[in-house]
Design a protein around this ligand. Structure first.
Ligand code: COA
Length: 433
């Protein structure tokens, strides 16, 4: 008798939570990256009727990683009081790191290797790891190994003054030397994205985020963080949203990355941000057995990378059709979108490519454009320009918001898209069970 193979497990988004997202150097400046990740993960576990012993695996994204945490996710397991037997791994895919954590969790669940996974990410741009120049680092290692004082001193002898200053991680591509902002500027020029359209997108991001706080939609996905220094206080809200901004104020800002001819400003870019976000994923069967209702199921996902010397942040224009094909859907089937806003120029470039028949034909080998998205479907609770963008956490923020908003609007299908350094684009498609 032929055996029918069991139907594969479906990965479900059961719950998600984030910290407030705050400007680097502000409310969380004294916190350590692990403290922030722990705060949100413990709170998420407390709010979810789930015995921590049920957690099979933890996957966490982080980009500017402090050297003392060789595996931040495992430290999170130990700090959050999860069973010491819980394996954990830290992933990095630049701004899409938490997407990687969530799709890795999906793979574990779909293969039947795990029933419950916590996936998420954290970034503390207030406390980036500052390193030494390679000559100084080599000299110090060699001095520490020398046996005599003379040997120690001679290890340091070849150093130049220029070797002494500390080196901060650059938000720049190793292969091209261009920063993200310079790449966004290049995309604006190549695609003819106008300054007023970028500012309009930024304005919309702030107004939608402010409205989502006002009507309580963001309360369900943001947990206060208690900061113990300076007498202690609860940080409960995002602090970058500018509800009073206007097109006039945005238009008055000077371009940052090309001062003479540029269009990318502090107003239409995402800011440097601290924050963390965690998501509980489960197999749909496990959720059912625990009496939990999944907010959404992962339908498909895709990654695609482009040459970083071209349009660095255009990856989602390739990853989105790939994920749609894998889901057996078209862009017209998508009810809601969470599109990471690294820069307004990058969002508008991506939308332009999705609408372009020429792009479809020349780059994707398709006869028709991927499709046109109604801007009203995109980022209904505001996007990274207003909310902020802690690199490691943004993907988990997007997945949580999308799942919540899909439930609120009774949407069938939703799409997350995130662009990342290295020219990588990520797309995840969710469906409501
Ligand atoms: C763009 C960037 C350089 C700006 O940094 P910054 O100069 O510290 O930005 P600020 O928030 O201080 O804003 C600069 C000015 O613009 C004003 N401003 C910014 N946004 C505004 C808005 N929406 N409305 C009105 N004014 C605004 C600020 O008030 C400030 O004015 P001031 O100088 O009078 O105080 C920084 O946010 C950045 O590097 N972003 C990109 C991050 C990145 O690369 N991410 C990776 C994505 S893949």
């Amino acid at each position: 008798m032929a055996h029918s193979s069991p139907s594969p497990a479906r990965a479900a988004i059961v719950a998600g939570l984030r910290t407030p997202f705050v400007r680097a150097g502000s409310d969380f400046a004294q916190l350590d990256v692990l403290e922030l990740a722990r705060a949100v993960t413990v709170e998420l576990l407390q709010r979810t009727p789930l015995d921590p012993k049920e957690v099979d695996h933890v996957i966490y994204g982080n980009v500017t990683r402090p050297v003392m945490y060789s595996n931040l996710a495992r430290e999170l397991v130990l700090a959050a009081g999860l069973p010491k037997s819980t394996p954990a791994d830290t992933v990095t895919l630049a701004c899409a790191s938490a997407c990687q954590a969530i799709t890795d969790a999906t793979n574990l669940i779909e293969r039947g290797y795990a029933d419950v996974v916590i996936a998420g990410g954290v970034e503390m741009l207030s406390n980036v790891p500052i390193s030494l120049s390679p000559p100084l680092a080599r000299a110090l290692v060699s001095a520490s190994q020398a046996r005599s004082m003379g040997g120690k001193l001679s290890s340091l002898r070849g150093l130049a003054l220029a070797d002494l200053p500390p080196v901060a991680p650059a938000i720049a591509e190793t292969s091209t030397g261009l920063t993200m902002g310079q790449s966004a500027e290049l995309m604006a020029k190549l695609n003819g994205i106008k300054r007023e359209d970028q500012d309009g997108w930024a304005l919309r991001s702030h107004h939608k985020a402010a409205a989502a706080w006002d009507d309580g939609r963001l309360d369900e996905e943001v947990a206060p963080v208690y900061v113990t220094n300076n007498g202690g206080r609860a940080v409960a809200r995002d602090n970058h949203i500018r509800r009073d901004t206007s097109l006039e104020k945005l238009a008055a800002l000077k371009p940052v990355f090309d001062r003479h001819y540029g269009t990318v400003t502090a107003g239409n870019s995402s800011p440097l941000t601290d924050g963390a976000a965690s998501v509980v994923l489960m197999s749909a069967d496990k959720a059912e057995s625990l009496g939990l209702t999944p907010r959404a199921l992962v339908r498909s996902y895709a990654y695609h990378a482009v040459d970083p010397s071209g349009q660095l942040l255009i990856g989602p224009a390739y990853a989105i059709p790939k994920a749609l094909d894998r889901a057996g859907l078209t862009l017209g089937d998508i009810d809601l979108v969470e599109m990471h806003e690294a820069f307004a120029a990058q969002v508008l470039s991506t939308l332009q490519k999705l609408e372009s028949k020429t792009f479809a034909d020349e780059e994707l080998g398709r006869s028709d454009a991927v499709g046109k998205l109604d801007p009203e479907k995109i980022n209904p609770r505001g996007g990274s320009i207003a909310l902020g963008h802690p690199f490691g956490a943004t993907g988990a923020r997007c997945v949580t918001t999308l799942a919540n908003e899909m439930q609120r609007q009774s949407a069938h299908f939703g799409l997350v898209s995130v662009c990342a350094a290295g020219g990588v684009g990520a797309a995840i498609i969710l469906e409501r069970p």
